[in-house]
Design a binder for this molecule. Structure first.
Ligand code: NAD
Length: 467
């Protein structure tokens, strides 16, 4: 399929898109009906500001790009049908007693294993109130292409529980983590499927998951990655996704003659990925002129100090109340802040057909998964924005998760410089493989990345005799 055809297809999506889906906080699939259904809600309720989200779901976004690449690769329909669907989808109930009254709350937990042709399934576990099967499926498929694009010996998976961890006490979060592991351990293991942190989970949650798995199978550190250093975690894992974002940015900057030390950038979502990307960009001499989290957004011409903001957030502060002298802006206006590089690092679907036109950057490096809808992608390409897509740009986390797994299997620890140097080698190699493919095909990097990943999975699956 030609570049023009790709754009036309995305444009058709623009006109085919229905009205925007309900925003977070509005009635959605998990909204209580009030008709005696189990109480799935987290204990304390406090409304988060409603983010403006996409006209299409994460699943539709991933399917769109798979379809574009499958057409270009002229994949047979029967082969495409295997690659589109998941190998295994597990849905479990996670009943946990919460609060002083000891009432049982039932959450839904998911683990989707999309494709294991290239190795054990690999992918994060997300704790977020909006997690559902559709989203987990999309993220699992994204992991299949991502691990193939950076050439790791893994397949793709994802998991999640529809809980808001910010509203739970630590012991309640621990109870949910352990209960979830008890329900899914049969499909996990170092040679089967290895979870890692994602939105709403962290090294502590991985420690509880490993401990619970160990009760049934004996001490098995390689059963999850993203663990604390004290429990055979890897140096450099926490910063890895943000570091990878910056490593590919440095390569992409050369292509558009952008000097990293003079770069002005904006970060949407100052969490693990966003904060590390911001701090490492700042270390190169770049200036963060706008930043947001779920609490709101701030922007200032002279720059927000990423190190100080990270410290403020670590101590429990919110971006919106960081420094009174910095102007708070409407989160929707963050996209319009003039900058060289925009780094989406929050949730999927945040850049969509209704706001993409407002973006005012030369380059976008996607730290988040599926932050951009196909319609928005077409608008940004028209505006001449260079996009380094999620499947490449945010792969640093899974690369260092792979290093952690290798270290666990060998019971031999690498130092932080070894981890960071090897991460850089892999990210740079993957960037150039994708960029060269894009050049050969005369397409943007996203379709080129998908093609590369799909091709590698097809080769592994057919060589095994699976398809
Ligand atoms: P996180 O929970 O640490 O951070 C998410 C951040 O986004 C938080 O600061 C949160 O306040 C903010 N946020 C939420 N809603 C927002 C909104 N409407 N507007 C602005 N900010 C909002 O999660 P993370 O691990 O940093 O993951 C962020 C993204 O990166 C996700 O899409 C995730 O799937 C992706 N990702 C993460 C990793 C990893 O290693 N952590 C790896 C690959 C991809």
């Amino acid at each position: 399929m030609s570049d023009k055809a790709t754009e036309e297809r995305a444009r058709e999506d623009v006109s085919a898109d229905g009205p925007a889906v309900p925003q977070k906080g509005e009635a959605g699939p998990h909204a209580g009906s009030g008709h005696g259904e189990p109480d799935k809600s987290a204990k304390k309720t406090e409304e988060a500001p409603a983010p403006r989200r996409a006209e299409v779901s994460n699943y539709e976004i991933v399917e769109h790009w798979f379809g574009v690449a499958a057409e270009r690769l002229e994949l047979r329909d029967d082969v495409a049908a295997v690659l589109r669907s998941s190998y295994r989808e597990v849905q479990v109930q996670v009943p946990v007693k919460l609060g002083d009254d000891g009432k049982v709350h039932v959450f839904s937990g998911y683990r989707v294993q999309h494709n294991g042709a290239r190795g054990p399934y690999k992918g994060g576990i997300r704790f977020h109130p909006e997690v559902d099967l559709d989203e987990v499926r999309a993220l699992a498929e994204l992991m299949t292409w991502k691990t193939a694009i950076v050439n790791l010996p893994y397949g793709g998976a994802k998991g999640g529980v529809n809980v808001d961890p910010g509203k739970l006490e630590s012991h309640e979060l621990q109870a949910i983590s352990r209960s979830f592991m008890d329900k899914i351990e049969k499909v996990l293991g170092p040679t089967r499927d290895i979870p890692a942190p994602d939105v709403g989970t962290n090294a502590q949650v991985m420690a509880w998951l490993m401990d619970e798995y160990g009760k049934l199978h004996g001490h098995t550190p390689a059963c999850v990655t993203g663990k604390p250093i004290a429990l055979e975690g890897s140096y450099g894992r926490e910063a890895a996704t943000g570091r990878g974002v910056v490593q590919v940015f440095q390569e992409a900057a050369k292509a558009i003659d952008l000097d990293p030390s003079g770069t002005r950038f904006v970060v949407q979502g100052f969490g693990n990925v966003g904060a590390w990307a911001a701090r490492l960009m700042q270390a190169l001499g770049a200036t963060m002129v706008g930043v947001s989290d779920a609490s709101g957004a701030i922007a200032i011409e002279g720059g927000v100090d990423a190190e100080k903001l990270a410290e403020h957030v670590r101590e429990g502060g919110k971006v919106a109340d960081f420094d009174g002298s910095i102007e708070e802006i409407d989160p929707d206006d963050l996209l319009a802040v003039e900058c060289d590089v925009f780094i989406p690092a929050a949730l999927g679907g945040m850049i969509h057909r209704d706001n993409a036109e407002r973006m005012n950057c030369r380059m976008m490096v996607e730290g988040a998964n599926s932050p951009t809808t196909p319609s928005a992608d077409a608008i940004l390409n028209d505006k001449g924005v260079t996009i380094v897509p999620d499947v490449l740009a945010n792969a640093g986390g899974v690369v260092v998760s792979y290093f952690e797994w290798v270290q666990n299997l060998q019971h031999f620890r690498w130092n932080e410089d070894q981890v960071n140097d090897r991460l850089g080698e892999i990210m740079r190699r993957a960037f150039h493989e994708v960029a060269n493919r894009a050049k050969e095909n005369d397409t943007p990097m996203r379709p080129a990345a998908y093609e590369l990943g799909i091709e590698r999975v097809v080769e592994a699956a057919s060589t095994r005799g699976y398809i």
